[in-house]
Ligand binder design. Structure first.
Ligand SMILES: *[C@@H]1O[C@H](CO)[C@@H](O)[C@H](O)[C@H]1NC(C)=O
Ligand SMILES: *[C@@H]1O[C@H](CO)[C@@H](O)[C@H](O)[C@H]1NC(C)=O
Ligand SMILES: *[C@@H]1O[C@H](CO)[C@@H](O)[C@H](O)[C@H]1NC(C)=O
Ligand SMILES: *[C@@H]1O[C@H](CO)[C@@H](O)[C@H](O)[C@H]1NC(C)=O
Ligand SMILES: *[C@@H]1O[C@H](CO)[C@@H](O)[C@H](O)[C@H]1NC(C)=O
Ligand SMILES: *[C@@H]1O[C@H](CO)[C@@H](O)[C@H](O)[C@H]1NC(C)=O
Ligand SMILES: *[C@@H]1O[C@H](CO)[C@@H](O)[C@H](O)[C@H]1NC(C)=O
Ligand SMILES: *[C@@H]1O[C@H](CO)[C@@H](O)[C@H](O)[C@H]1NC(C)=O
Length: 904
């Protein structure tokens, strides 16, 4: 071996002047061809030319026939491409290949291999094989020499810049070839990819375009028709033009004259004349339409451009009668270093195709993964007429995706062989598939579920349940309950001055219940009774001419004079009024007493003694303070207790079938992530509940759910024990916050920050100096629902096999301080009541005084006027009676005085 190796390399160098790496499947055309009856792959790296043939049925790989054909006398032959007709019949098992002999004697060739055996034959493959080779001696080495085979597999076309050739499977002894400049409209055209349909073909490549300062290669797409003798001719062309200002517009492709896999292109034509052209070097896939009855125009429809990378449309293939397309979206750096490979399946017929299109499914994803032998670099996808899809990786390994019925998706069976095949598996719970084909199942829409017994459709959930996108089950809406422990701190009442409250409540009259508790109302009733008594007394004294009644009147007036608090026992009317004042004052005292006891609000009940039931002897203050300001002794004690409160983190993953076995939990202790165990974990009624004891308060927890099952919503809470002592209470912690979004599904990376804030309630004592303290933590979740949830379209692109919740617990640098104080303490109430009583008396005294000072003189004035008039009348009538009249006037005056003194 040691001696042989340098010689082999030397020989290779001498002869293989253009092929640097013969086992590279990514250079010089497609090394694999595929239809419903067989699959062929050329293996150039073997000593002599070798083909691997694999016959249908693909479903049963173990029993289907696999042949390795090698040609001992074709040692220096390098095959560029192999090709088969997409719709060859089962009896036409032949394939074409084009290539070049690397020793300079024979040049380019085209060949045909026919297999003429039966599957159950026990003879070796080679006994039923025949092959035909035709050489073109007159042409130079071609970097780009491509093969196009008509769908029935009868005619093969070879295309290169210098020549074109036609080779028929029925007459393998003749080869028709001609000079390229007879067909190509531009003699510099170098073909890179071709596809032939029943009526027309499409070929794409570069043309050279130069001026004095700049040379560049521009891509061009030609539409080919075939004339009566079967010769191709170009009837239409399309030149992709990059949008000015984009990175594509700056490309000159000046190195496209040497072979580079980066400039490979791809074409696929479907039965309806839709053409996909992939140009990975500009990261773009074009969709064209050709009228199949008159295929003379190549009509641009749309295009799909990816970002600033290479590889979009490295390969394209139509499936399902031309409605779905498989697009190989590789990602390469701009200097063609591989980054990733994905196959997007687009439903172009129903959804169209452009840069914003959403694929139906993507391979690989979290449940369709590469088998161990294959991947991760995918080079080609080829479809068959029955919509099976062949995928080739960089080492020549193959997966065949076989069409599945509705309700099933193709799942990859890892057999460890070169060719692996998918097997149908029923859709995962929460997904369904109502079409046949190789696409994956899709998520059940919002409001429906698939518990596993239906796979072609989803059943509706009951209306009162939570049933998100991709539901496998339904859960009651109560599973999403959010628990708050803290209410908004009350505001102080409008008036926090006791005098005002007392006056307001004493002198108000409102209908209904308020009337019965209104002091003024009862005072007015007392006043009415006093008025009635007064009227009775006046009647007794003046209008009933009976000595007994006069005596009773005098007795009553004497009695009332003694109860007169207003005028210090001067007037009997004042005595009556004093009773109403007494009623008023008593009510006010009772009110004050009851009001005093309405503190603090936590322990007081409704204020039935007042019109306003919510009346409390409390005023409130709330403010935010820095945690770093030193606290009072008791406060500090409470803070210390709060800082050492032990938390238990509770997380519910709502509406999921994931079980505890998929969970691993890590906690960040210092700088390292340590695995910890949960306290409890169970999945009951499709709610996975997890509780984790936290080592300390400001910790980060990572929960990994290593399962691909869907999750509908999230609910996070903390619990912690309370503590009560003489001076303070630490309240028990028990809150929950739920996160859900209508019509969306929980994402697979869940960053959640939980910020806790201390809330300190101070309640000043009603009598003493000391206050009561209470403390609790309140949560603030710093999270954006949009990043926590995915729509169905976003979910398709998400191929992670697990869900990770990262919860960071922090504390705000401030705390909330609530202070409750009584509006009126005992001394204030007593003093104010005293004042009130005196004021009431004084006000009535003032009324009497006013009466005395204003009303009395006015009354006298009035009376005098009447008597004066009377006197004049008499003077005129009886001028002689002057003396008598004077006496009469005196008497009348006395009488008035008496009336007045009796009345008041
Ligand atoms: C290779 O060998 C086969 C028979 O073994 C023969 O028919 C064929 O002509 C040979 N080809 C060349 C190029 O020598
Ligand atoms: C194919 O096989 C059949 C019989 O098995 C035979 O008649 C026929 O001539 C063979 N054709 C070729 C091209 O070998
Ligand atoms: C095509 O090329 C050949 C050889 O390169 C040349 O002899 C011939 O004149 C060319 N024909 C045309 C039409 O340019
Ligand atoms: C040559 O082509 C480039 C790009 O196509 C253009 O910018 C430049 O002006 C051209 N120069 C001349 C001399 O035409
Ligand atoms: C295709 O071409 C035929 C013949 O020219 C015409 O009758 C038909 O309408 C065309 N179809 C479409 C879709 O343009
Ligand atoms: C093809 O395109 C030309 C213009 O480019 C137009 O005049 C002609 O009608 C088109 N033919 C068909 C069949 O669409
Ligand atoms: C309660 O507070 C008072 C005064 O601040 C203090 O004397 C007493 O020790 C405290 N009691 C407890 C149990 O901390
Ligand atoms: C999801 O379903 C609920 C009720 O089933 C409905 O109210 C809501 O609009 C739906 N959302 C979307 C995005 O369809």
């Amino acid at each position: 071996m040691i001696i042989w190796l340098p010689i082999l390399l030397f020989v290779d160098h001498l002869t293989g002047d253009f092929i640097s790496n013969k086992n590279d499947y990514d250079v010089h055309g497609s090394k694999t061809a595929f239809n419903d009856h067989f699959l062929v792959q050329v293996q150039n790296d073997k000593n002599s030319l070798t083909f691997l043939l694999h016959f249908a049925p693909y479903e049963n790989m173990a029993e289907s026939l696999e042949c390795s054909i090698y040609f001992p006398n074709l040692t220096n032959h390098y095959v560029h491409s192999v090709g088969v007709g997409r719709r060859q019949t089962q009896t036409e098992r032949h394939f074409f290949f084009v290539g070049e002999s690397v020793n300079d004697q024979v040049g380019a060739f085209i060949g045909l291999v026919k297999y003429n055996g039966t599957e159950n034959e026990s003879l070796p493959c080679s006994s039923s094989l025949s092959y035909h080779l035709q050489y073109l001696h007159s042409f130079h080495y071609q970097k780009h020499y491509i093969l196009g085979v008509d769908p029935r597999g009868h005619i093969a076309y070879g295309f290169s810049n210098e020549f074109l050739l036609i080779f028929e499977s029925q007459s393998t002894d003749t080869l028709e070839s001609w000079n390229g400049n007879l067909t190509w409209p531009d003699a510099s055209f170098v073909p890179h990819a071709v596809d032939i349909s029943e009526k027309f073909g499409v070929i794409t490549g570069f043309i050279y375009h130069a001026n004095s300062t700049n040379q560049q290669y521009d891509p061009v797409i030609y539409l080919i028709n075939f004339n009566s003798s079967g010769h191709p001719k170009i009837v239409d062309e399309y030149k992709p033009v990059a949008t000015p200002g984009t990175w594509q517009a700056l490309l000159t492709n000046s190195d496209a004259n040497t072979y580079s896999a980066k400039y490979d292109m791809s074409i696929s034509i479907n039965e309806n004349g839709d053409v996909l052209v992939g140009m990975q070097f500009i990261n773009r896939v074009f969709l064209f339409a050709v009228n199949i009855t008159n295929p003379i125009n190549l009509t641009y429809v749309s295009r799909n451009t990816n970002g600033r990378a290479l590889g979009n449309g490295k390969a394209v293939a139509w499936l399902e009668n031309g409605s779905v397309a498989a697009i190989l979206v590789n990602s390469y750096t701009l200097n063609y270093r591989w980054l990733s490979s994905q196959i997007y399946l687009y439903d172009i017929k129903s959804n169209g195709y452009n840069s914003n299109s959403t694929p139906v499914s993507i391979f690989p994803n979290n449940h369709q993964t590469f088998p161990s032998r294959l991947g991760p670099v995918i080079l080609n996808v080829i479809s068959s007429s029955s919509s099976s899809l062949m995928i080739l990786d960089e080492r020549g390994n193959i997966i065949i995706f076989l069409t599945t019925h509705s309700g099933f998706y193709p799942s990859i069976r890892d057999t460890g062989t070169i060719v692996s095949v998918t097997e149908p598996k029923p859709c995962l719970r929460g997904t369904y598939k109502n079409r046949s084909g190789i696409t994956d199942c899709v998520l059940c829409p919002n409001g429906t579920k698939n518990p596993g017994d239906f796979t072609t459709y989803c059943v509706s959930c009951s209306p009162k349940s939570f049933c998100s996108l991709g539901s496998a089950d339904e859960v009651p809406e109560s599973a999403l309950q959010t628990t708050f422990q803290v209410l908004a701190y009350p505001k102080s009442p409008e008036s926090t001055i006791f005098e005002e409250i007392l006056l307001e409540n004493t002198f108000n009259i409102h209908p209904g219940r308020c009337l019965l508790v209104s002091p003024l109302f009862w005072t007015l009733i007392a006043a009415s009774i006093a008025l009635i008594i007064m009227i009775i007394v006046v009647f007794l004294k003046f209008f009933i001419k009976h000595p007994k009644s006069k005596r009773i009147g005098t007795l009553l007036t004497c009695l009332f004079k003694h109860t007169d608090l207003i005028n210090e026992g001067e007037l009997w009317v004042g005595g009556l009024a004093s009773f109403s004042i007494l009623v008023l004052v008593c009510f006010a005292h009772v009110f004050s007493h009851q009001y005093y006891k309405q503190y603090p609000i936590e322990t007081s009940s409704d204020s039935f003694f007042a019109c306003d039931l919510s009346l409390r002897n409390a005023k409130f203050e709330t403010n935010v303070q820095s945690l770093s300001v030193p606290h009072s002794f008791t406060e500090q004690e409470l803070f210390d207790l709060m800082n050492t409160q032990e938390f238990v983190l509770n997380v519910d993953f709502v509406n999921t079938l994931i079980n505890c076995d998929a969970i691993s939990i890590e906690m960040q202790l210092g700088q390292t992530w340590s695995t910890i165990r949960w306290l409890t974990c169970k999945n009951k009624n499709s709610i996975l509940s997890l509780s984790i004891p936290l080592a300390y308060q400001h910790i980060s927890v990572r929960i990994l759910l290593d399962d691909i099952k869907t999750i509908g919503a999230l609910r996070i809470g903390l619990t912690g024990h309370g503590h009560e002592s003489e001076n303070f209470t630490l309240r028990e912690l028990n809150f929950y916050q739920s996160f859900s979004k209508n019509g969306q599904i929980l994402a697979q990376t869940l960053p959640v920050t939980l910020s806790i804030t201390k809330v300190i309630n101070e309640t000043e004592s009603l009598t003493g100096e000391e206050s009561d303290f209470g403390g609790i933590f309140i949560p603030t979740f710093i999270v954006d629902l949009n990043s926590l949830f995915l729509s169905a379209d976003q979910y398709i692109r998400n191929t992670l096999p697990s869900t990770t919740l990262l919860l960071i617990l922090t504390e705000t640098p401030y705390y909330i301080k609530n202070l409750q104080r009584p509006i009126a303490k005992q001394r204030e109430i007593i003093f104010n009541n005293l004042l009130f009583t005196i004021v009431c008396l004084e006000i009535f005294g003032l009324i009497f005084l006013l009466f005395k000072l204003i009303l009395k003189p006015v009354y006298y004035l009035f009376l005098r006027k009447i008597f004066t008039c009377h006197q004049h009348h008499h003077q005129r009538k009886k001028s002689t009676d002057t003396k008598q009249s004077n006496g009469q006037l005196l008497a009348t005056n006395n009488q008035v005085n008496n009336v007045l003194s009796y009345s008041f």
